[in-house]
Design a protein around this ligand. Structure first.
Ligand SMILES: C[S@@+](CC[C@H](N)C(=O)[O-])C[C@H]1O[C@@H](n2cnc3c(N)ncnc32)[C@H](O)[C@@H]1O
Length: 231
């Protein structure tokens, strides 16, 4: 067993592995392993199945800053089937939403929504919404006030513009934003991957955002980079 340290009340690093305190004991969400530490059950956060998990593993500068605070209000664009979302929920909400957090999870796929709705029944604090990240008018009403933390992982063309628009509309001043970017989805992807990643950084900075860390996820989530910004 490696040396353990905590990133938060619910997130623990053990050697190279990251674990979250399971808000739904005995339930493995996507086949991840479960393990007890001092009588409490944790789930292993697989960094090859989650860009947020990969970024936490790879971050050199911001490992303690990437996650929101427990009890925060969060917006997640492109929540998929809820893999990363479930770990985020362990930390932001916890069992029976003891931390009083809220995570609004948007996805445009009805199949994903079905899984997210199921997840929300066992993980209170999650608010699944069927919607297109580009069309705020259809679902923006679900985001009553500006959020503390925003993550986007939509892997589609125009990811950077979608992110900048969402940050401008929904992120509190002083909030944290995470953009998971897939190089192959960008229109200038005939440039090399590194060049795409650098161009996106410039685009974010030109929009007035501060890029706190640019994390290359190569080896865990190939072709992806995660940008941690503040506004
Ligand atoms: C890579 S998957 C997300 C994986 C998830 N973030 C995780 O780590 O568990 C990308 C998701 O974005 C969704 N998506 C793509 N374009 C979108 C858009 N414009 N608005 C909302 N969701 C979108 C897809 O349906 C898909 O579920």
């Amino acid at each position: 067993m490696g040396k353990k340290r905590r990133l938060s009340w619910a997130v623990m690093v053990d050697g190279r592995a990251i674990w979250t305190l399971n808000a739904v004991p005995k339930v493995s969400q996507y086949g991840e392993s479960l393990r007890k530490f001092k009588g409490e059950e944790y789930r292993r956060w697989d960094p090859t199945r989650s860009k947020l998990g990969a970024a936490l593993s790879r971050s050199r500068k911001s490992q303690y800053d990437l996650l929101p605070q427990e009890g925060d209000t969060c917006l997640y664009l492109g929540a998929g089937h809820g893999t990363s979302l479930s770990h985020l929920h362990d930390h932001v909400c916890g069992m029976d939403n003891q931390k009083d957090g809220r995570i609004i999870a948007i996805d445009l796929s009805p199949r994903c929504l079905r899984d997210l709705v199921h997840l929300s029944t066992i993980r209170p604090g999650l608010v699944p919404v069927l919607g297109d990240a580009r069309k705020h008018a259809a679902w923006g009403i679900m985001v009553a006030s500006k959020v503390d933390w925003l993550l986007q992982d939509v892997s589609q063309a125009g990811q950077t513009e979608i992110f900048i628009n969402a940050v401008n509309r929904f992120l509190k001043p002083g909030g944290k934003g995470l953009l998971s970017l897939k190089a192959a989805s960008e229109r200038f992807s005939d440039a090399g991957e590194k060049e795409v990643f650098n161009q996106v950084r410039v685009q974010l900075e030109d929009a007035g955002l501060t890029v706190e860390e640019q994390i290359d996820l190569h080896g865990l989530e190939d072709n992806h980079c995660l940008y941690y910004i503040t506004n």
